[in-house]
Ligand binder design. Structure first.
Ligand code: 13P
Ligand code: SF4
Length: 312
């Protein structure tokens, strides 16, 4: 029976986790059943902060590839597993390291800030890494006249420029999930839910940000939803976050913002959803697939990530 199978699977994951001296981290966009079994859930920043302090020998990152790489760079002596290595990221893919290197050479004298949604090779070309949870703070910590390259997310970069008045040079990349949210459909929803605050991730396009009551990382949006007196919310970020929002606020209603090119009411990151309970069990059992990062890259990518952590 399905329920028995699932109960067995969860018991097996818990047993293997103990045997392997492993810990499970999950991003808020992971499938709900994975979030439920994880030892820690969080946004990109929280997961990096947690990973750095872990004592277990094996870390399973139920997120996407770049998140696993960040953990490996911070914890090079540990076994770092991602249940499905095909869990990539369209935003990270929009910024190949060789092209980014050429872009940096075209802008001499600039400090290079990269969003954490990048490959380890791009981080190795970077002065400071940021996440959506601390990007504004990190940029603001630099002198007003500092010349800055910001990559790869043009929407997050544009958001920081608009709030801080800076003129960072932006790499032209984007996330295929967040770019899809439709202003028109959100305005339609507002007609039937006029009191629902609109929660927007900064990877969304500027026109969607304009109708936001709050713009922030998944953790910031979650905190806002938890603390607000409102009873319903329109959520413009990947729909996996609704799982934790609903758990934290059982009496509130969360409405996923619609995408422009579909009749579906939600936006899913197909990469995040590649990780399943079965694959989580298999990776703990077989200790594969492991994240591997070249040592030379680890040496160069570690400092920009540590700078970010110390500024957070
Ligand atoms: P957070 O920085 O909010 O965790 O977002 C990560 C991400 O992949 C957004 O698409
Ligand atoms: Fe990458 Fe977008 Fe998926 Fe986040 S939601 S992991 S930025 S593809």
């Amino acid at each position: 029976m399905e329920v028995d199978n699932r109960t067995d699977l969860i018991a097996e994951i818990k047993r293997l986790k103990k045997e392997r001296d492993a810990v499970i981290l999950a991003h808020y966009y992971a499938k709900g059943e994975i979030q439920d079994i994880a030892d820690f859930i969080g946004d990109s920043l929280a997961l990096a902060q947690i990973a750095e302090k872990l004592s277990e020998k094996v870390i399973v990152m139920c997120g996407v590839h770049f998140m696993g790489e960040t953990v490996k760079i911070l914890c090079p002596d540990k076994v770092v597993l991602v249940p499905d290595l095909a869990a990539g990221c369209s935003l990270a893919d929009s910024c190949p390291a060789a092209d980014f290197e050429a872009f940096i050479s075209e802008h001499p004298g600039h400090t290079v800030i990269s969003y954490v949604n990048t490959s380890a090779a791009v981080k190795a070309l970077t002065d400071i890494v940021v996440t959506s949870g601390n990007a504004m703070k990190v940029v603001e910590s630099l002198p007003k006249d500092e010349k800055i390259i910001f990559g790869p997310d043009r929407n997050l970069g544009n958001y920081i420029n608009s709030v801080t008045g800076r003129q960072m040079v932006l790499w032209d990349g984007a996330c295929h999930v967040h770019e899809k949210f439709s202003l028109e459909k959100i305005l339609e929803l507002k007609k039937t839910h006029p009191d629902a605050p609109v929660l927007v991730h900064p990877e969304c396009r500027p026109q969607v940000r304009m109708v936001a009551d709050v713009v922030g990382s998944t953790a910031v949006l979650l905190k806002y939803a938890t603390e607000s007196d409102a009873t319903e919310f329109i959520v413009a970020t990947e729909s996996g976050i609704l799982h934790e929002m609903q758990k934290k606020c059982p009496g509130k209603t969360f409405i996923p913002a619609p995408a422009s090119d579909s009749t579906c009411a939600c936006n899913e990151c197909s990469y995040m959803k590649l990780n399943t309970l079965e694959k989580l069990r298999d990776c703990l059992r077989d200790l594969t697939p492991q994240i591997r990062v070249d040592e030379a890259i680890i040496d160069r990518a570690r400092l920009p990530i540590e700078r970010m952590l110390s500024l957070s």
